[in-house]
Design a protein around this ligand. Structure first.
Ligand code: SAM
Length: 481
């Protein structure tokens, strides 16, 4: 038997099964304990001080009590608090990115993924460097500045050298005014040495979804291939951090296991990173299983409703206030609208989840990793966000200015975000409007930028921002604070 220890480097100890079961029992016992629930909500509230706004976050136990609680009035208070925290740290900015699928060759047997090795009728594709360049040009022409690269796991077909070469190609393409300024990487768990190489290649966040924190289920859901090794997979973020990557992105594939178990595991993982490395996860993703080629999501009986999904998003926002939250086009427009309000800070737009998808006239479905629910163009997504009162941000400044890991967290906590992220969002939106937007989107965007300039607190920053906006109008690009 393993004992729970958030500081341990052994997966069975920092994601401890007994501790999760205990947590769920404790949450059940206290789900109607109004005094305790009120005190947990009180603890999580933002505190405004002279030095900035602070939030203490919640432990996995505290957050699990809130997740178990069904008292309508308390659930409403959770939603209101999530919105308040979202506004305090992320304002009305939403960061935009797109996935880029490099290769669907895969040696794993993940039972929920159409790229599994035994799927013989799906065409296997791996982009050449010329094809990567074409995809990147297509993405730049849409207006994207930030990508998440995705690949199956196949040491022969997609070795680390291939991934590094692709990153190099992506950063080297400068088409018209376009540039990809941040490449996040979502590839299989690997060695410290390989993480170091990714860091040297200039990646932003290293993203790896845990899929499920339930070890027994994990072993069944990943019956074959290197991904079968639960401990190696679960301990990947520690190796990534040892390799020098200090922005890591966690995620659970909701639908595989009981959501309350996953939620506790996810927060324990965040607590572990904080305890060992002094910095929590940079982002958390919340994918839900979708239909795909030979995958029927109803075959997995732990699917969650939109209401539970919204509650999970709100509670992640409350429990880990400084961690960005990502939602992809797996979700529909209406679900995205709901959870953006509750805490999501990054969304993908105009996505194609197939290898080579961006250079096809029609959305190809033969190599799609999952069906895309939100099929709108990037321009439509940008306009929709602005109509809802959000500022679509193409900002990539933080990691290029060295504000990663705990330095990013200090910016969050210092109250300077509004003097930094806010003008950066306005300037990168301006670039988008000048170079890529449709007429209607541009008109809405210009009015939004004018109005939002007033929300930059420091006069000096506001003046510099206005000057940069004028220069962007004249054709100069890439300003940042
Ligand atoms: N192959 C990499 C790995 O081993 O982690 C990650 C890349 S994979 C392209 C990205 C993620 O897509 C997976 O981690 C999984 O959570 C998700 N995914 C796989 N099949 C899915 C499905 N049917 N519906 C929704 N998401 C899925």
């Amino acid at each position: 038997m393993f004992a729970y220890n958030p500081k341990s480097l052994c997966a069975d100890e920092f994601i401890n099964h007994e501790e999760i079961l205990d947590t769920l029992r404790y949450a059940d016992e206290n789900k109607n304990n109004v005094a305790l629930i009120d005190s947990i909500l009180e603890k999580a509230r933002p505190r405004v001080t002279e030095k900035g706004t602070f939030c203490s976050g919640l432990t996995h136990r505290e957050a699990s009590v809130l997740l178990a609680c069904d008292i309508p009035e308390k659930v409403e208070q959770m939603y209101a608090l999530a919105e308040e925290i979202k506004k305090a740290f992320y304002g009305n900015r939403i960061v935009i990115f797109a996935p880029l699928y490099l290769s669907n060759y895969c040696v794993n047997g993940c039972v929920y993924c159409p790229y599994h090795k035994k799927n013989h009728h799906i065409p296997r594709k791996k982009l050449t460097q010329e094809e990567v360049a074409k995809e990147v040009i297509a993405l730049q022409d849409m207006g994207h500045k930030r990508l998440a690269i995705e690949s199956g796991e196949d040491p022969k077909m997609n070795p680390i050298e291939y991934i590094l070469e692709c990153i190099h190609t992506i950063y080297s393409i400068k088409h018209k005014n376009g540039a990809i300024r941040r490449v996040n990487v979502n590839i299989a768990a690997t060695t410290v040495e390989n993480y170091r190489k990714l860091k040297e290649a200039g990646i932003g966040t290293y993203i790896l979804f845990q899929e499920t924190y339930h070890k027994e289920s994990y072993l069944k859901l990943h019956p074959t291939g290197p991904k079968h090794d639960y401990n190696y997979h679960t301990e990947a973020m520690d190796r990534a951090m040892e390799g020098g990557i200090d922005d890591v992105g966690l995620g659970v594939l909701f639908g595989l296991e009981l959501y309350r178990y996953e939620f506790a595991g996810l927060l324990m993982h965040a607590e572990h990173l904080e305890a060992v490395h002094g910095v929590g996860p940079h982002t958390i993703s919340v994918p839900r299983i979708k239909h795909a080629d030979d995958i029927d999501p109803t075959a997995f009986d732990n699917g969650i409703s939109d209401d539970i999904f919204a509650k999970i998003c709100a509670l992640i926002r409350i429990a880990v206030p400084y961690t960005g939250m990502i939602i992809s086009t797996r979700e529909s427009q209406s679900v995205r609208e709901r959870v953006i309000r509750l805490g999501v800070s990054q969304i993908s737009g105009g996505s194609r989840t197939s290898v080579g998808g961006y250079t096809e006239e029609e959305r190809p479905t033969d190599t799609e990793q999952f069906d895309v629910s939100d099929q709108r163009t990037l321009d439509e997504v940008v306009r929709w966000l602005m109509e809802l009162g959000y500022i679509p941000s193409f900002c990539t400044a933080c990691y290029r200015e060295g504000r990663t890991g705990d330095r990013f967290m200090s910016l969050c906590k210092s109250g300077q975000i509004q003097n930094c992220c806010h003008p950066n969002a306005l300037m990168t939106l301006k670039e988008y409007l000048m170079d890529y937007a449709g007429e209607e989107t541009r008109a809405i965007g210009e009015a939004l930028i004018q109005a939002e300039l007033d929300n930059i607190p420091k006069e000096k920053v506001r003046e510099v921002c206005k000057d940069h906006l004028a220069k962007i109008e004249q054709g100069i690009r890439d300003f940042r604070f």
